[in-house]
Design a protein around this ligand. Structure first.
Ligand code: PMV
Length: 374
């Protein structure tokens, strides 16, 4: 008997222009566009296997070996349902004139058999097992890689000839930022304007090969679970922050254009300036929320001071900025830099934040997958 099973993996992405705020919480439509860099496949990624079988009595999910409930109407259930719908649509599109095909002496049996099986496949329940190759407790967002891998594995299982942008529409409904992990390299999530969300998708700005020297260092400051989830934090910010409204209307559109141009021109100085400013504004918006949300801690802020000083010296020498910090909904730092500076920055960080003081749980080198002095 045929086994219907497929495996896919997807990496984590880290935003330079932050997504923060939903205009539709069910479809996960954002209040602004965002842009990120997808990290290297070798380091932080989720690998997911999906299997369809007529003997399965329900859809089930295991994360790192532990079964998780698939809540009815929840995000995982939505992604699975959407993928089944695409499969059904794909099979139906292939047999628009079924009676004619049936009467055709040569092709009928073949087409009928595959269509029959195909339709069944989308009605079978699925079992899904997903693993992260990084500690889930490390305080690093795994939902982006997780939902991107889930949707990709189902696309493979159902043999869907669809683009990453089409899949991003579905991954988005699992976790907003997941839509950007469908592409490698530099990726924009265009917010879109349509109420059904059909134009709120990820597009490639440039592949990783366009700027292979770009690296990311992840400094795990704390592996505590974050205090305010992105879902409830965003909702509170949308409801209470006047600064968010200013950001949406007057700041992000220009930044999206400017950082895309900087990436195309491989202008690291500009890329760094915009990335750091946008991280700062995201955390300012969190502070402008009522009651306020604090994601960074004293160590996060000390790393900012160190990078600011490092860049000041570099700019004074006429070399421009050499590093860009950015922080998501937690205290861990991601530092973008070019390959030639990775060693120097890792040494600098470890000098000021020696591990014995417990400032860092770990320092990973990412993008291109090299370079970390342990
Ligand atoms: O996709 P979510 O709900 O995990 O939200 C991610 C929000 C940030 O990481 C803070 C910003 C971003 O664009 O990834």
């Amino acid at each position: 008997m045929a086994v219907y099973e497929a495996t896919a993996s997807a990496p984590v992405n880290i935003a330079c222009i932050k997504y923060w705020g939903k205009r539709d919480t069910k479809l996960i439509l954002p209040t602004n566009s965002s842009l990120s860099v997808t990290l290297d496949q070798d380091h932080l990624r989720s690998t997911t296997t999906s299997r369809a079988d007529p003997s399965f009595t329900e859809d089930r999910l295991w994360l790192n070996g532990k079964e998780e409930e698939i809540k009815e109407g929840g995000r995982t259930a939505t992604c699975i349902a959407e993928m089944k719908r695409l499969r059904k649509q794909e099979v139906e599109d292939k047999q628009p004139n079924e009676p004619k095909v049936k009467n055709h002496p040569h092709h009928a049996p073949q087409i009928l058999r595959s269509d029959h099986l195909g339709l069944q496949l989308s009605t079978h329940h699925v079992h899904i097992a997903s693993f992260n190759n990084f500690p889930t407790a490390a305080g690093l967002a795994s939902s982006a890689s997780g939902f991107a891998a889930l949707v990709s594995s189902l696309a493979q299982l159902y043999k869907l000839p669809v683009s990453p942008s089409t899949l991003s529409l579905i991954a988005r409904q699992g976790s907003g930022s997941a839509c950007r992990s469908l592409f490698g390299g530099f990726v924009a999530w265009e917010q879109g304007t349509l109420p059904d969300g059909s134009d709120s998708l990820a597009v490639e700005v440039a592949p990783q090969s366009h700027w292979p020297d770009m690296h990311a260092l992840i400094c795990v400051v704390s592996d505590d679970k974050k205090g305010t989830s992105s879902t409830s934090g965003m909702q509170r910010t949308v409801e209470t922050s006047p600064l968010l409204q200013h950001r949406i209307k007057h700041v992000v559109p220009q930044r999206m254009a400017d950082i895309s141009a900087a990436i195309r021109a491989r202008d690291f100085d500009k890329f760094a300036e915009i990335t750091m400013r946008d991280s700062n504004q995201f955390h300012a918006v969190a502070l402008d929320t009522e009651p306020p949300i604090f994601y960074m801690n004293d160590v996060s802020r000390a790393i900012i001071a160190l990078i600011v000083e490092y860049n000041r010296v570099s700019v004074e020498k006429g070399l421009g900025r050499k590093a860009a910090y950015t922080y998501d909904a937690g205290p861990n730092a991601v530092i973008y830099t070019l390959k030639e500076n990775v060693k120097e920055i890792v040494e600098l960080i470890l000098k000021y934040f020696p591990q014995r003081e417990g400032a860092f749980k770990d320092v990973f080198g990412l993008l291109g997958g090299v370079d970390v002095a342990k």
